[in-house]
Design a protein around this ligand. Sequence first.
Ligand code: UD1
Length: 421
Amino acid sequence: MASYMIKGGKRLKGEVEISGSKNAALGIIAASMLLDGPCTIENVPGIADVCIMIDICEYLGAEVTREEGGTVKIDPAKLRTCDATNDKARSIRASYYLMGALLGRLGKAILYMPGGCDFGTRPIDQHLKGFNALGAKHSIEFGKITLTADRLTGDHVYFDKVSVGSTVNLMIAAAKAEGVTVIENAAREPHIVDIANFLNTMGANIKGAGTDVIRITGVRTLPGNSTYAVIPDQIEAGTFMIAAAATTGDIRITNIIPKHMEPLTAKLEEMGAVIETGDEWIRVYMQRRKRLQATNFMTMPYPGFPTDLQPQSTVLLTQAEGTGRMNENVWDNRYQYIDDLKMMGAEVLITGRVATVEGPCKLTGARVTARDLRAGAAMVIAGLAAAGTTEVADVRAIERGYENFECKLRALGADISRTED
Ligand code: UD1
């Protein structure tokens, strides 16, 4: 098992460059299975989930070449199977994007019910609602889902819930369906726009991504033969912004799209952090002798406050003066890390979806666990802010989604090392 050992109490200072977006890259790699020709994808982050997605695509028959600097070349011409029940597919949530891609390309997809982080129930009813509207049938047996369609035909789909995964999956499946598909009540996350832009660059006709109505006019072929660069990772950037505030540090975060950070920027300013913004960078710092003030957060689909920054922000509230509240509105069980945080001395009360945090509190080092990807990043921030040594165990969960996390933190002055049992 791999762990991070963190000696807390250092102010993080300096510059950090953000990697490509995990969730966009995973969706784009899955969507590339739909193409009739090869494509080149740039700015792909070197993280475990991407490696797994590439392995699954190779297992399906795609030829994949990885080059230095985050460039991935994919040729899906020799796709040989629609059966993605490879053990690896169980471990990442984003393998569900292969449902839409394989259905669109081969008319059939077989997958394990998707895995990923455990935030409580993670249904796929809206994904299925979308596929069924396009004419696909599905069956679920022995933990596997099979989708089949003689042909996919465009339709109007109104999602009952704003769902990132369902929106992406239906957009992918509809890209080569006959006629027009209209998705209403679509999710608007930046990576949805990125996946739509990728597909359009490869020959698709998708309009409205980034709004709640997306219109996809199916095309016969998706020639590919183009290059596309993945957007920067909004959640990685947000994690470093929060780390700057939590350690009363001063970090310039580069290779980002500041617009994507606005839900967090607004909250950090409310709490007393100073934010400077340029074209592709943000600087976050605390003024001398100024303390963070508590505030209230509510996670919502984009452009609301992202649930994937909830654990990191809850840790930040422990460093703020006053009573702060976090209202988790997207997932029903995303507070599993709170017991670890309490072990470090935090005062947090969970009532249903709301975590009430009394601050400021002096966190002290303890042995805690990265229970999932973002909770793990939150534990690292807690360790950076705490007195003494914190061991964050099981950090492979963090490495699923953060490229060179501990190296980037060390370059900012953190005392962090990685050990392997
Ligand atoms: C994606 C992200 C995840 C993030 C989440 C919300 C990826 C790989 N993962 O997950 O990191 O936390 O968006 O921003 O991009 N729901 C249904 N029925 C469905 C699908 C979803 O009821 O068919 C519900 C879920 O239980 C949840 C809410 O909708 O309460 C949002 O889920 P969704 O946006 O689909 O999340 P994911 O795509 O799984």
